[in-house]
Ligand binder design. Structure first.
Ligand code: FMN
Length: 314
């Protein structure tokens, strides 16, 4: 029995992580239709836009799906009201404490998972009553753990810290990696980068092509004084790195980023002066594929890897 499949009512324990400017209803419904769990990324949506995406999602699939809510969202109370009013069944919270909203969501019958980057926070999530934990390692795209704990190090420790089902995130780009995460104690995977670079992702074509061309080392974690974020090393990154090297404070860094830096980079395609969030595993992606094909390939590759690993003798 797989507790992640059971908890969310999905066929494969593959979750498409909520992603600003990438995961609208087109991407999330394609993943859910293929047997995974698609998540709308509320972090970059105005409340009215979220309502529109929720309604389109309901029309596009009758399979389970959910919404990712970064808890630092400015109009968080309004957003929570919308989720409950629209009868969203699954919510993945991130970037904050799940203590305040988990009881309220549970009251409304919502299943809640929360994203963490350490076993200390995993324990806090368990105390807060969440139903599952996403443990996200340093390889991941987007906002990241300050301590730089890799997925390989993080998962077994989170596994030991909690009895809740654990979903591994960060650097998972194949069924082989999915199998590795399960060997470490995860019961599912949350994938961002692969789906950000899929056909249904709402990211700009320029962003996708820039990410496809990345080599290993093409992204770095920066902005620790603001909110640690893994970014592509472009013109904006160079400015941030130079400022950080001379000890710039949070305010200076905010000024360098300017307004709506991730929208500019990911959605509008300013690949030199925009903020380009993507994970280390982008260097292994060589083409833009439909999200459903990505899910199917992960499953096929996972099954093959199970056999290959079983055949390794020593
Ligand atoms: C472009 C991009 C935007 C992201 N935005 C969010 C977000 O809004 N909320 C969130 O919880 N995680 C966000 N993430 C993290 C993903 O949900 C996921 O946990 C992560 O990408 C997994 O690691 P991977 O990139 O190695 O697959 C983002 C990731 C990317 C690549």
């Amino acid at each position: 029995m797989n507790r992640i499949c059971e908890l969310f009512g999905i066929r494969y324990p593959i979750i498409q992580g909520g992603m600003v400017w990438c995961s609208g209803w087109r991407l999330a419904s394609a993943v859910s239709q293929a047997g995974g769990l698609g998540l709308l990324g509320a972090g970059s949506m105005h409340p009215e836009t979220l309502v529109e995406h929720i309604r389109k999602m309901k029309a596009a699939t009758d399979r389970p799906w959910g919404v990712n809510v970064p808890l630092m969202y400015p109009e968080i109370d309004r957003l929570m009201d919308i989720l409950i009013r629209e009868e969203v069944k699954i919510v993945f919270t991130s970037a904050g404490s799940p203590k305040k909203f988990t009881p309220m969501l549970h009251e409304a019958g919502v299943t809640v998972a929360h994203v963490v980057s350490s076993s200390k926070f995993a324990r806090k999530c368990e105390e807060a009553g969440v139903d599952a934990i996403v443990a996200e390692g340093f390889e991941a795209g987007g906002h990241n753990g300050r301590e730089e704990t890799t997925t390989l190090t993080l998962i077994p420790q989170v596994r030991r810290a909690t009895g809740l089902p654990v979903v591994a995130a960060g650097g998972i780009g194949s069924g082989d990696a999915m199998l590795a995460a399960m060997a470490l104690g995860a019961e599912g995977v949350q994938i961002g980068t692969l789906f950000a670079l899929s056909a249904e992702s709402s990211a700009s074509e320029a962003f996708k092509q820039r990410c496809l061309a990345l080599d290993e080392g093409g992204t770095m974690l920066c902005l620790k004084k603001l909110s640690p974020t893994r970014l592509v090393r472009n013109g904006l990154f160079d400015k941030v790195a130079e400022a950080e090297a001379r000890g710039a404070n949070a305010e200076e860094l905010r000024d360098i980023l300017g307004k709506a830096a991730s929208k500019r980079g990911i959605f509008e395609g300013d690949t030199e002066q925009g903020e380009l969030e993507i994970g280390q595993i982008a260097s292994s992606v060589d083409a833009i594929r439909p999200a459903g094909d990505i899910v199917r390939q992960l499953v096929e590759n996972f099954r093959k890897a199970q056999k290959d690993v079983a055949a390794i003798g020593f």
